[in-house]
Design a protein around this ligand. Structure first.
Ligand SMILES: [Zn+2]
Length: 228
């Protein structure tokens, strides 16, 4: 007898139907999965769409000079990324291969040496982060985030991350939730009376951060996801 499918609301699109357990933070970002991974129910279509940009997100994150200090990112860079570039099946790897080497300055003007400057598809990164935000929202609020709500994403430079964390942790009862030896961490400020109004800070490999603001959908919902 075949297994009965689980009929639930998909955490990403809200459609009710057969679902499978989906890892909110892509498994490919880890070398060892811990027993407490964040999973949500997802429909087949969302599960497949989300997978499209997982490796791009990983390669984008682990090639960040600050992330390379993290042992997991470093290991992935030397193994998965290296073999993907070698086998010419890394989209991000192809961009790196074509990159020019230029002096790299942080937004604060600190010189970090010569770094490859690759054309990054921020749409792809934004797409992947948007899924993660929706998955985390579901985990915290126990309902899918409305499709009309567009989370506003903003990158947080590694040098600004410590200050951003300090500001969030200054608020009462805010502890970061950590997965896989600091591969992924987040702090959420969620208003239980207005669930669709929340503020998130998430970061990968203790280096690459995103602040995310979620506001209830305006009546005229026609905006697009932005990332800077
Ligand atoms: Zn779905």
């Amino acid at each position: 007898m075949s297994k009965r499918p689980r009929y639930k609301a998909c955490a990403y699109c809200g459609a009710v139907g057969p679902t499978t357990k989906d890892h909110v933070v892509p498994e490919c970002l880890f070398t060892i999965l811990d027993s407490q991974m964040i999973t949500v129910p997802a429909c087949f279509e969302c599960n497949q769409n989300k997978k499209l940009h997982d490796e791009y997100l990983r390669d984008y994150l682990i090639t960040n000079p600050a992330a390379a200090r993290h042992p997991v990112a470093w290991k992935l860079l030397l193994t998965k990324f290296h073999s993907a570039v070698h086998g010419h099946h890394s989209v991000f790897g192809r961009a790196i291969a074509k990159a020019s080497v230029e002096p790299y300055f942080t937004p604060a003007g600190i010189y970090l040496g010569l770094q490859p400057v690759a054309e990054v598809d921020m749409e792809a990164v934004s797409f992947a982060i948007d899924f993660i935000v929706r998955g985390l929202f579901y985990k915290e609020a126990q309902i899918p985030l409305s499709q009309h709500v567009v989370p506003k994403l903003k990158m947080v430079d590694s040098l600004d991350l410590a200050e951003a964390r300090r500001l969030r942790l200054g608020q009462p009862h805010r502890e970061p939730i950590t997965k896989g030896q600091g591969v992924f961490e987040y702090i959420v400020v969620l208003d239980n009376d207005r669930l669709e109004s929340s503020s998130w800070l998430m970061w990968f490999y203790e280096a690459v951060g995103f602040s995310v603001e979620i506001q209830p959908a305006p009546v005229d919902a026609g905006s697009t996801s932005t990332i800077r």
